[in-house]
Design a protein around this ligand. Structure first.
Ligand code: NCD
Length: 311
């Protein structure tokens, strides 16, 4: 295993062998999970804290399950029950976590860069579980693993990431990972929702769904993140669906064996039609959730190996 860092804060900066090794390890955890076996010795005596300043269902539960399957003591701290609501700063929280001898800290925060700041102040290995519009590295890993399981590779595949790219940390981490691994990445959406940096990241920009989906191997849909918009960036939900919502008619432009992905939570009828989201062969949305647990087990495993304190 070649993973070079103490923390996992971003995909940006990782090299192909680091990513490939993490995916291989995650694949072995996917098989272990399907067999119903666990490996409860690996993180025995380790404490994993899930520190979530933003709501989450699947990411938080998936880290919790991953930690428990590897034998860690898992504690969930959500902002509504923590003293942050009483005015405590991020750095006060860091000293509290240090005093608790937390080994692995999973952080989700509304501000880009918050997990990185925390990582400089805590002894624990920090995993970014989504920070503002910046990155969501474990989501990109689970997406890549799901793609690799269906297509056998990442290199040379045409991946269309569609919808609200500008506000999406999922899109940003995926752009970094997939371009690093040699996929041909397209971003598809209205000009207001495509970030200026897209060209720098080596992706192709499309404003028309049919052109963007033509010949694609993978179609990845994203939620409209209205909570991060300053208003007026999109027309009505109905109008958005007409131009950018994925339905059977638009999907017909992609390859006949293309797969449909969505990180969740989905807004059915806004960015994706139910018939496509629930399609028995084309949709791999359920498998993404399954691979999420496997990828998080791989990341916890690798970071725990790098921890100095022995238990
Ligand atoms: C995403 C997130 O929180 O960044 N969800 C997730 O982790 N599965 C995407 C979103 O909120 O739309």
């Amino acid at each position: 295993m070649t993973y070079p860092r103490k923390h996992l804060l971003a995909i940006e900066g990782l090299e192909p062998p680091h990513i490939a090794d993490l995916l291989d390890l995650a694949e072995s955890y996917a098989l272990l999970n399907r067999s119903g076996k666990t490996q409860r010795d690996l993180l025995k005596g380790r404490t994993l804290i899930n520190l979530f300043f933003e709501d989450s269902t699947r990411t938080r539960t998936s880290f919790e399950l991953a930690g428990k399957r590897l034998g860690a003591d898992v504690i969930n701290m959500s902002v509504s029950t923590s003293s942050v609501n009483k005015g405590e700063t991020l750095l006060d929280t860091a000293s509290t976590l240090n005093a608790m001898h937390c080994d692995l800290l999973v952080v989700r925060h509304g501000q880009s860069g918050a997990p990185s700041l925390l990582s400089q102040k805590v002894d624990a290995a920090v995993i970014n579980a989504g920070d503002g519009t910046h990155e969501h590295p474990t989501q990109a890993l689970l997406d890549a693993l799901t793609i690799r399981r269906h297509k056998g590779r990442l290199e040379g595949l045409i991946v269309a990431i569609c919808g609200d790219i500008a506000h999406s940390r999922v899109a940003r981490s995926n752009m970094h990972l997939l371009t690093t691994m040699g996929s041909r990445v397209r971003v598809v959406g209205p000009p207001t929702l495509i970030p200026a940096e897209a060209a720098r990241l080596g992706v192709e920009v499309f404003h028309d769904m049919k052109a963007g989906l033509a010949g694609a191997d993978v179609v990845m849909m994203l939620r409209l993140q209205r909570e991060r918009m300053s208003g007026g960036m999109v027309p009505s939900a109905r109008e958005f669906f007409r131009f950018y919502g994925l339905d059977a008619e638009k999907l017909a432009y992609a390859k006949p064996d293309s797969i449909v992905m969505h990180p969740g939570p989905m807004n059915r009828g806004v960015e994706i039609d139910s018939a496509v989201a629930d399609h028995p062969t084309r949709s791999v949305i359920g498998e993404q959730v399954e691979m999420g647990v496997a990828c998080r087990m791989a990341v916890l495993d690798v970071l725990a190996r790098g921890l100095r304190r022995n238990v």
